[in-house]
Design a protein around this ligand. Structure first.
Ligand code: HEM
Length: 186
């Protein structure tokens, strides 16, 4: 048990000293370690994940700005690089063998492997967000160019494949939704 005792006064403030038994300290550090394994590591990993996304978007946006691209292209490229990153990352949290192998190492102390499906879903939401930013950027750019909008969208390789990726995204995200997986098609 921890005991609090008044040990003096400075500048009108009471100075209190808390003394804990070794057992209590051990329980507290165990609780801190448990909290870290369950929650704390998630915060750190999320922070690093979002920091990388913000860095990539900013870096690519500035790169294209310096190259003389208009604001729409800068937006499209900012979103585009986060797509590169997130699309490469999304399968990792679902690689069972890899996770099983990593669980057997010291990494188990800092990575919340039990939340890997949540991470997979989070990355999926960010791919959706990146796709929206990327597409809005390209659409804005297409609208500012001399040819018609449909020319750029359907008669250029990048426009057409971008459109097709949206069709694939629609099928994948609807198919992955809770209701469809449960077979509830009402
Ligand atoms: C109709 C919507 C879309 C349009 C018009 C479009 C257009 C473009 C264009 C013009 C480029 C540049 C190609 C080059 O450098 O020659 C590009 C690159 C790229 N697009 Fe799209 N895109 C669309 C949707 C998407 C979606 C939904 C995704 C992924 C989920 C995607 C992923 C990428 C990636 C990863 C790149 C390379 C990175 C970059 O340079 O920004 N695009 N897209």
């Amino acid at each position: 048990m921890c005991v609090m005792a008044q040990v003096g006064e400075t500048g009108g403030l009471t100075v209190v000293k808390t003394t804990c038994s070794d057992a209590e300290i051990a329980t507290r550090s165990q609780r801190l370690a448990d909290w870290w394994t369950a929650e704390g590591s998630k915060f750190v990993i999320l922070f690093i994940y979002y920091a990388i996304n913000v860095f990539l978007a900013t870096w690519n946006g500035i790169k294209y700005k310096n190259a003389g691209a208009n604001t729409w292209v800068q937006i499209a490229r900012a979103g585009g690089l986060t797509l590169d990153f997130n699309c490469a990352l999304i399968v990792l949290p679902m690689c069972r063998k890899l996770l099983g192998w990593m669980r057997a190492t010291w990494l188990v102390q800092i990575i919340p492997f039990d939340s890997s499906i949540e991470l997979h879903k989070l990355i999926a939401y960010n791919i959706l967000l990146g796709s929206i930013i990327h597409t809005v950027g390209h659409f804005g750019n297409y609208a500012s160019l001399p040819e018609s909008f449909s020319f750029y969208l359907f008669q250029t390789n990048a426009g057409l494949t971008g459109f097709l990726i949206w069709v694939v995204i629609a099928i994948m995200y609807v198919g992955a939704s809770e209701r469809i997986r449960r077979g509830d098609t009402r």
